[in-house]
Design a protein. Structure first.
Length: 338
């Protein structure tokens, strides 16, 4: 097997979390054979894998848990399209985890996969470390008697996917703030916004839309009761997840429309500014055109020109220049051309 994608983590790490309503343990697992699922029927085993750049370790994990090589290939290929595969004995999901740098405002997209197996076993795969799932772990750690500790691995799968979708909303909010900021700057002074800013924002929104668009297909499939791994009591949460996914897609489409409107407004403002400049230059050219014509006539080197011998010829020419310039300027302003 071959890993296709960037190396986002220095080390291949495995974290095994075991919990039920009364007990909770979590630890890093050094060897794959030590990551054994718990045999207790009510204990949830969550194995979280970070770092996909060591295919041999992933292959060893696949052999240990009986994971199909085809699924492992999809996990290792980080350019795989987000999808869901549901069978009686497993549910496999590939999605995109989108985060944004709070300082640089750069969007980062990495692949997130999860595999739900019988006996309350869930395995998640991530390219690099992230804090997106920290609230889920905190709920497990402090949630003695809470819903997440009373439900099975299917509820944990919902919690992880819900964290992914909720983070989409966080990224959308950050992009929405960027659009509002650019819109205010455009309203005040269109020249203060550069083309690179507009197209950079539009690129980020397009990248976000491509990453989250397939989530609707995934959540819709999870709503349908076609797998025994999802209990009846957990289905309402997947219905809510499906609604959130629809909200995310609609919000992203709204961002795309607003970014397009900003670009059109910027181009319109730039075109209007250019037209104003051309109009002013054209008016000045029109004012000086007759003056240049008159000056050209009296700049010819003919000996017999009646005005050359007149003592009032020079002041008369200047008077004609001034009258012509003032008259054309008045005409342009009366027509609101200038």
């Amino acid at each position: 097997m071959v890993h296709h994608g960037a190396k986002r983590s220095e080390h291949f790490t495995l974290h095994l979390t075991l919990y039920d309503e009364a007990n909770f343990t979590t630890a890093q697992v050094d060897a794959v054979p030590d990551a054994k699922p718990c045999v207790e029927p009510k204990t949830v085993a969550w194995l979280h894998l970070t770092g996909l750049h060591e295919p041999e370790r992933l292959s060893e994990l696949g052999e240990h848990f009986g994971i199909s090589p085809l699924l492992l290939e999809d996990i290792l290929s980080t350019s795989s399209r987000p999808k869901i595969e549901k069978r009686d004995d497993e549910i496999f999901v590939i999605s995109r985890l989108v985060t944004v740098d709070p300082v640089e405002r750069e969007i980062d997209v990495q692949q997130f996969s999860l595999l739900l197996l019988p006996n309350n076993v869930l395995i998640s795969f991530l390219e690099g470390p992230t804090e997106v799932f920290a609230p889920v772990m905190e709920r497990i750690r402090t949630g003695g008697g809470g819903r997440i500790r009373r439900f099975g691995a299917d509820y944990l799968a919902w919690a992880l996917l819900d964290a992914v979708v909720d983070h989409y909303l966080h990224v959308i909010d950050r992009l929405d703030e960027a659009i509002v900021e650019l819109d205010e700057r455009l309203q005040q002074d269109a020249t203060s916004v550069s083309v690179s800013e507009l197209y950079g924002l539009k690129h980020d929104i397009g990248q976000l839309f491509r990453a989250i668009r397939p989530i609707r297909e995934i959540t819709s499939s999870l709503v349908r009761p076609t797998s025994r791994l999802i209990e009846k009591r957990t289905r309402p949460f997947f219905d809510d997840l499906n609604d959130h996914a629809l909200q995310v897609i609609e919000s992203t489409e709204d961002l795309r429309e607003r970014s397009t409107a900003l670009r059109d407004f910027f181009l319109s403002a730039a075109s209007h500014r250019m037209n104003e400049i051309v109009k002013v230059l054209t008016c000045f050219s029109s004012i000086f055109l007759p003056l240049t014509f008159i000056a050209g006539i009296y700049g010819m080197n003919f000996k017999h020109m009646p005005e050359l011998s007149s003592p009032w010829g020079y002041p008369a020419i200047w008077g004609g220049f001034i009258v012509c310039a003032i008259g054309m300027n008045w005409f342009f302003r009366a027509r609101r051309w200038f």
